[in-house]
Design a protein around this ligand. Structure first.
Ligand code: GUN
Length: 290
C-alpha cells in the first residue's frame, strides 16, 4: 500500500510555479495576482482564504483578501466583483463558498469574468470542461487528477466511482476523468446518498469519496487493491486536541488503508493539492490575459 503524499506533490508544484514567477520578475514583467473574496466570518473559510493568500505570497504572486461584511447586499457584492473583473493587477478572482444564505450563489458566480474564473465554477468554464475544451478545471478535482498522474496510476478503462455529486468536487471530477484524454478515459459512476452506495463503491478500481460525512467509507465497501482518494475535510470533536477538534476524511482510514493499493491521507492528501492547482489556474489566467 502506498500513501499518496499530497503535501510533497503540492510543494513540488509550488516550486515549479515559483521558478516561472522568478523568470517573469527577471524579465521585468508584472506578476500573477489573485484576489480572494470572503463574506462574513465562517471559521473554516477564513482559514482557507488565509492559506490561499499565504501560498500566493510564498511563490511571489500578488494576493489580496477582500473581507466583506456578512450583511453585504447581493448588489454590492456583485459591484465588488465587477471592480476586480476590470482590475488589471488581479488575474484570478475567487469568492469563497459558502456564502450567507440571503445571497444567491449562482448569481455571484455568474458575475465573475470567465477569464478570471480560477475556481472553474462559472457555467462557461463548466460547459467547456464537459465538452473537453481547455478551460479552468475546479481546483480540487484538478488536484486529484494531478495526483493520479504523478503517481502513475492508470485511469484508462478503469472504473472510477465518485461518491458525492457537488458542483465543487463530485460532478467536475467525473467530467474530467471521463474525457477521451491522457490521465482520464475512465468508466465513471457518480453515486450519492439517495441509495445504498456500497453496491457501487465495491466495484471501484478508483474510489473517490467526496460526501462530507466523517469516516463514511468502511472497509466492506472497498474492493481489494482499489485506489482510494479521500476528499473529506470534516471537523470532529477531539478533547485531546488544544483546538477541541480534529480533521478526518470521508474514509475510515485505519480500517480501509490496508486493503488498498494507493490511498490519500487526511490531512496531507488531496487538501494541499487544491491550493497548488489554484495557483496553477491563476498563472493560466495571467497568461491568457497578457
Ligand atoms: N469552498 C470549499 N471549497 C472551495 C473552493 O475550492 N473554492 C471556493 N471558492 N470555495 C470553496
Amino acid at each position: 500500500m502506498v500513501i499518496i503524499d499530497g503535501k510533497k506533490v503540492a510543494s513540488e508544484i509550488r516550486s515549479e510555479l515559483k521558478l516561472q514567477v522568478d523568470l517573469l520578475k527577471k524579465e521585468g514583467k508584472s506578476v500573477p495576482g489573485l484576489v480572494a473574496i470572503l463574506v462574513g466570518d465562517h471559521p473554516a473559510s477564513k482559514v482557507y482564504v488565509n492559506s490561499k493568500a499565504k501560498a500566493c505570497d510564498e511563490i511571489g504572486f500578488k494576493s489580496s483578501i477582500e473581507k466583506l461584511d456578512e450583511n453585504i447586499s447581493q448588489t454590492d457584492l456583485i459591484e465588488v466583483i465587477k471592480s476586480y473583473n476590470n482590475n488589471k493587477d488581479f488575474h484570478g478572482i475567487l469568492v469563497q463558498l459558502p456564502l450567507p444564505k440571503i445571497i444567491n450563489e449562482n448569481d455571484i458566480i455568474n458575475s465573475i469574468s470567465p477569464l478570471k474564473d480560477v475556481d472553474g465554477f462559472h457555467p462557461i468554464s463548466v460547459g467547456n470542461l464537459v465538452i473537453g475544451n481547455d478551460t479552468f478545471a475546479p481546483c480540487t478535482p484538478a488536484g486529484i487528477q494531478e495526483l493520479l498522474k504523478r503517481y502513475n496510476i492508470e485511469t484508462k478503462g478503469k472504473h472510477v466511482v465518485v461518491v458525492g455529486r457537488s458542483n465543487i468536487v463530485g460532478k467536475p471530477i467525473a467530467n474530467l476523468l471521463v474525457q477521451k484524454k491522457d490521465f482520464a478515459n475512465s468508466i465513471v459512476t457518480i453515486c450519492h446518498s439517495a441509495a445504498d452506495v456500497s453496491i457501487y463503491t465495491k466495484q471501484a478500481d478508483i474510489l473517490i469519496a467526496a460526501i462530507g460525512v466523517p469516516n463514511f467509507i468502511k472497509k466492506d465497501m472497498v474492493k481489494q487493491n482499489a485506489v482510494v482518494i479521500d476528499v473529506g475535510i470534516n471537523r470532529i470533536e477531539d478533547k485531546n486536541s488544544p483546538k477541541g477538534y480534529k480533521i478526518v476524511g470521508d474514509v475510515d482510514y485505519d480500517n480501509v488503508a490496508p486493503l488498498t493499493s494507493f490511498i490519500t491521507p487526511v490531512p496531507g492528501g488531496v487538501g494541499p493539492m487544491t491550493i497548488a492547482m489554484l495557483l496553477k489556474n491563476t498563472l493560466k489566467a495571467y497568461n491568457n490575459l497578457r
